[in-house]
Design a protein around this ligand. Structure first.
Ligand code: GUN
Length: 288
């Protein structure tokens, strides 16, 4: 068996084409969707992500601004900027690129973002809404994974799903989304005693570990759906996921590649969340 490849590039393109229409409609009403991205420090990977986010906004006709601080900036300066952006009518979404330098209280920074502009879905209010099954903003990477399930006609009801990784950015919200969709969900992590015991039973495996080729073919049930959230840089400079793609595609029924799988969906769903925020704002203003 060779797995069907779940193509994130194609789906991202299709969705972004539909966003242009929504952005044009909002612009015609004087509500061009706007995203502000704050980057602290010079981490090269974060610089690339932020540049890609800003470019993606421009490509669908959205407004964006990038605010860059040196790594030693004090937290109060960043909090003051967030307060300013919270009040700025041009800005519908605010994103602080993570990780922040060690002297920051990440939670305090994320909570300072107005919940209605929290397009990352990291604010406690939005995490709570997702946990209750009434999401307002869904974190972009797991949201992108859910869109890939939808596109691949993958029914999640009653399925055994194993999420490897328990981060606030991917693992935890992914588990909640799968649970809300009717899957039986197991969350595995670095302290899990027998990972293979869990993955071998899974109809769906989502790997968000951050270790190259961590998931091997012997860990999978034949016919499983394998979603690779990892983006790891190998010593030769090539990108590789958390899944041993070449070996696993012979066992899985459907699998995402790296690059070209989940990666392009993350920014796509950031655009979706920002457009959604702008549409909600336009509706609120129309009622006034
Ligand atoms: N760093 C890695 N992934 C993300 C993300 O989805 N959002 C933010 N803000 N920072 C990140």
């Amino acid at each position: 068996m060779t797995a069907q490849i779940l193509d994130g590039n194609a789906l991202a393109q299709e969705l972004r084409a539909s966003f242009k229409t929504r952005v044009a409609a909002l612009t015609a009403q004087g509500h061009t969707p706007g995203l502000a991205v704050i980057l602290v420090g010079e981490d090269p990977a974060s610089q690339v992500y932020v540049r890609n986010k800003v470019n993606a906004c421009a490509a669908v006709g959205m407004y964006s601004e990038k605010i860059v601080y040196p790594a030693d900036v004090d937290q109060a300066t960043v909090l003051a900027k967030i307060a300013e952006l919270n009040a700025d009518p041009k800005v519908h979404g605010i994103l602080v690129q993570l990780p922040l330098p060690a002297h920051f209280d990440e939670k305090a920074v994320l909570e300072a973002i107005a919940a209605a502009k929290d397009v990352d879905g990291f604010h406690a209010e939005n995490v709570g809404a997702l946990a209750q099954g009434n999401p307002r903003f869904i974190p972009c990477t797991p949201y992108g994974v859910m869109k890939m399930f939808e596109k691949g006609n993958i029914d999640l009801t009653g399925k055994e799903a194993v999420v490897i990784g328990r981060s606030n950015i991917v693992g935890k919200p992914m588990a909640l989304l799968l649970l809300n969709a009717g899957a039986t969900v197991t969350v595995c992590h670095s302290k899990t005693r027998d990972l293979k015991f869990h993955t071998c039973r899974a109809d769906i495996v989502v790997a968000a570990v951050g270790k190259p080729r961590f998931v091997t073919a012997d860990m999978l049930k034949p016919g499983a759906v394998v979603i690779d959230v990892g983006i790891n840089r190998l010593p030769d400079g090539k990108l590789c996921g958390d899944v041993d793609f070449e070996a696993c595609k012979a066992v899985a029924a459907q699998i995402t590649p790296v690059p070209g799988g989940v990666g392009p969906m993350t920014i796509t769903m950031l655009l979706a969340n920002t457009i959604e925020a702008a549409e909600r704002n336009a509706q609120r203003e129309a009622k006034r």
